[in-house]
Design a protein around this ligand. Structure first.
Ligand SMILES: [Zn+2]
Length: 547
């Protein structure tokens, strides 16, 4: 049963409503934030505490086939991190890629109440939804991979833009996705078709097609805007990780021509230098462009030292990493939809490239003039686990700590960045923006990321502490949909969050085009492809909006 709550004496950080540390009451009824509640409501005394909306992770990898393969690939990672059951919660395993239940509980412990799985081929949507169903507490959704989709490539080749729009809307419905994801458009066809090759130029023809990555990017940016999706096209740019790739990133942002677009893990796309040689930082050039163009948003994809797992639809990237590291790895193709690569990895302070990546991520945060458009992420688990967020927050809020840490990394790399010239310290209000208010706004989630009347009652209360890592490591109270489930740092209840998805309208005649393609090229029958409603029984459709 949702409770009636009155939270008193807490310092409220609610940037969407311009409330910056004022002591105010927050009232909750029937799962929503309300103006007032009756006197017999349960009272939470938040004296000495900070009250924020629940955290929103807009880019992570937490469910589905690739995540499950990553779990299987590193059993040693789970053995030392058992997540025991409690009276209220189920057991699981942790490590860099936690099991489904542990993922939900651990996000909740940090005060996060929403997370978006960022890369799902439509063919694996069922698996993803099943795992998301088993990820407790948080609301969640996923982005569907359409940037390497062979059927869409064929329509684009024929210049049939209206049909592209219809087909994308169909695919969003068929997979129950939240947003459109592009991963290095054209790379998987090159990988599949020409022995592990890649595509490096936005104007190069995609293997076996008479189209270019530029056309794919333009089309999907336009479709997301034209359909009025709550979140714009979510793009992993071409040339991830390669020296000199900042040029590709700038070109990709220009393709948007002022329309909304989101660039993900932009840290991995902010490198100068000659291809094949050591990268240098181009964070300043990328920041300058993002700062000057309000249609662009990004999440950082911060690298944190220690264990990580690379998991990506960028198949040639995984092959490149495999050739550097020569450890366990998986490459896989997903029929006509995507490629995939997975590899356990670790970022180390003394390695030039790793130290440079760490510093570039921090530069991007510290140079961002508008924190609403430069969101906190580690591209979990690619740059490191989401469990690193408290430490990352400390790096942003505490310049003395940042200097101490910078002294431990490869100094040659550090000198190729301007990190030591940046003395900015994020405020609590700015942290509230980059971890909840900003991502909620970019996702078009009008009822999340703020504490105004009508918002979902997703609320986190932290003990105010000088050490921000300690402060954000374990929330004192967490409330989801008005339901108190963490009290004095301990779980006192369990909760099932919702699946968030979109359902844009489309013309049914597009199925007459898609079905024959399935009959010819897919391993499963068309009638068995679309995900039915039973997979999203506990869900919420976020409406499209007119543009
Ligand atoms: Zn990612």
């Amino acid at each position: 049963m949702p409770e009636c709550l009155r939270i008193v004496n807490g310092k409220i950080h609610d940037p969407a409503n311009n409330i910056n540390g004022e002591v105010r009451e927050i009232c909750v009824q029937d799962g929503k934030i309300v103006e007032g509640v009756s006197d017999d409501a349960t009272r939470i005394d938040a004296h000495g505490m900070v009250v924020m909306p629940g955290g929103v992770d807009m880019h992570c990898h937490i469910a589905g086939a690739k995540v499950n393969l990553a779990r299987k690939l590193q059993p040693e990672d789970h053995r030392h991190d058992v997540h025991p059951a409690t009276e209220y919660t189920r057991s699981g395993t942790g490590g860099v890629v936690p099991s489904t239940f542990a993922t939900g509980y651990r996000y909740a412990t940090l005060g996060y109440t929403t997370a978006m799985e960022a890369a799902v081929p439509p063919l694996t949507a069922r698996h993803v939804l099943e795992e998301l169903h088993d990820t407790p507490i948080i609301d969640k959704g996923f982005y569907v991979l359409l940037g390497n989709n062979v059927f869409l490539y064929k329509l684009l080749e024929q210049g049939r833009m209206d049909d592209v729009r219809q087909a994308v809307a169909w695919w969003l419905n068929a997979s129950k996705a939240y947003a459109i994801k592009l991963v290095s458009p054209g790379c998987d066809e090159a990988w599949k078709g020409k022995k592990n090759s890649n595509i490096t130029n936005l104007d190069e023809k995609i293997n076996a097609f008479d189209i270019t990555p530029r056309q794919v990017i333009k089309a999907l940016i336009d479709v997301a805007n034209d359909l009025g999706l709550p979140h714009p096209a979510h793009i992993h740019c071409n040339n991830l990780g390669h020296s000199g790739n900042y040029q590709t990133t700038l070109e990709t942002m220009l393709i948007a021509e002022g329309r909304r677009v989101h660039l993900t893990h932009i840290q991995f796309h902010s490198y100068g230098g000659e291809p094949g040689k050591n990268p240098v930082s181009r964070a300043a050039a990328i920041s300058e462009f993002v700062n000057a163009n309000p249609n662009i948003s990004a999440d950082v994809g911060q690298v944190m030292f220690g264990k990580s797992t690379s998991m990506t639809a960028d198949a040639p990237l995984a092959w490149m990493l495999r050739n550097v590291k020569k450890g366990k790895w998986i490459n896989a193709d997903t029929e006509c939809e995507s490629g995939c690569g997975i590899m356990p990895f670790s970022y180390q302070e003394h390695i030039y490239t790793h130290a440079l990546q760490w510093a570039i991520g921090l530069e991007l945060f510290l140079m961002a003039k508008d924190p609403w458009r430069m969101v906190l992420s580690t591209d979990h688990p690619n740059g490191g686990s989401f469990m690193n967020y408290p430490r990352l927050i400390k790096l942003l809020m505490d310049s003395a700590f940042r200097r101490e840490q910078a002294a431990l990394v490869n100094q040659k790399a550090l000198k190729k960045t301007s990190l030591m010239d940046l003395n900015r310290e994020y405020t609590l209000q700015e942290i509230a923006i980059v971890t909840r208010a900003g991502p909620a706004k970019l996702l078009g989630l009008a009822n999340k990321g703020h504490l105004g009347a009508g918002a979902d009652a997703d609320i986190t209360i932290y003990d105010e502490q000088d050490d921000k890592e300690l402060m954000f490591n374990a929330a004192r109270f967490v409330i989801k949909d008005g339901h108190l489930f963490i009290k004095d740092h301990e779980f006192c209840a369990d909760h099932q969050g919702r699946i968030l998805h979109v359902a844009p309208e489309f013309e049914a005649t597009i199925e007459d085009e898609i079905k024959p393609f399935f009959d010819n090229y897919y391993s499963i029958r068309f009638a068995n492809y679309a995900v039915d409603e039973s997979y999203v029984a506990h869900s919420q459709i976020i409406p499209t909006v007119g543009h």
